[in-house]
Design a protein around this ligand. Sequence first.
Ligand code: NPQ
Ligand code: MG
Length: 368
Amino acid sequence: MKLSGVELRRIQMPLVAPFRTSFGTETSRDVLLLRVVTGEAEGWGECVALSGPLYSSEYVDAAADVLSRFLIPALAAHGRLDANAVAPALAPFKGHRMAKAALEMAVLDAELRAEGRSMARELGAVRDRVPCGVSVGIMSSVGELLDAVGGYVDAGYVRVKLKIQPGWDVEPVRAVRERFGDDVLLQVDANTAYTRADTRHLARLDPFGLLLIEQPLDEEDVLGHAELAKVISTPVCLDESITSARAAADAISLGACAIVNVKPGRVGGYLEARRVHDVCAAHGVPVWCGGMLETGLGRAANVALAALPGFTLPGDTSASDRYYRTDITAPFVLEDGHLPVPAAPGIGVEPIPGELEAVTTKTQWLSL
Ligand code: NPQ
Ligand code: MG
């Protein structure tokens, strides 16, 4: 493929309700989209970086900057190109995995559309629908949390994940177990809010039969997770620490995780995400697909990834209306707790022009 240009488009999507995690509260999602234009087709990429460097070191303005000043010009210098060549072409630039992932996603989408192949087929999907979980933010009271969880259970979500932090952990978990019973698949996500000194406290979650505890400790404290895993009975799952397939292999070898959350943006793209899946499968480690409050574009690609055979746990691939009243694509709607895997060429969905325009705050065209 020959690239003719890339459009960077910033959109602002209001959330249906504030989303609170251990690192902060968001009421709106500031997203960077890429549209790659080639001689044969166009492709869409979505950058999952947040407005501030709170989940990881990346943030949207930095992603737009590194894309326009370094990553896109480096691709342009390559001449003819396919999606497999994107990561090697960008490898001289350190870090910025979410920015790289967005660019690779857009090139992959364009390539697959040109060839009439779906992302699901390309990645190796073995299912045409995937079971869905939901991530439930920190609330101001347990009563409010129980109402929220009740709504999601009624909507059909097959798994519930509670965001936790010191002061909001044992009590909400106990309350959800008491109200909804032992059969609900329940897990927690701390987004690095604890330290090794909290080991005894985290062991208090053991009696609740959680599926997993996600990223209790610092992103760089892989050894700490291995030490913690020896003491607590809840399986440890890593999110922030897993930045590549190699990081996944190392963490598994160290005994730092029994389960891995796969997020394509965090590892530099869907092709590396598939390698994380492969490494985990080779070690018998179950994986599930994480979420970054994607629009329908990123959601479509995530659902395709979640259809791979090693994704044996329900992911954070929720329906569009979990986060957005109006999505920029046709909405993903929960059917019997599942989302359908798009089968059309590329990511299988496209923005609705009017909806996209309505949320756009800025566009920039880079001619190549
Ligand atoms: C996680 N996602 O697994 C992330 C964190 C995350 C679905 O829990 C705005 C505010 C956007 C908070 C994107 C889920 C966010 C956000 C992702 C948190 O750790
Ligand atoms: Mg997480």
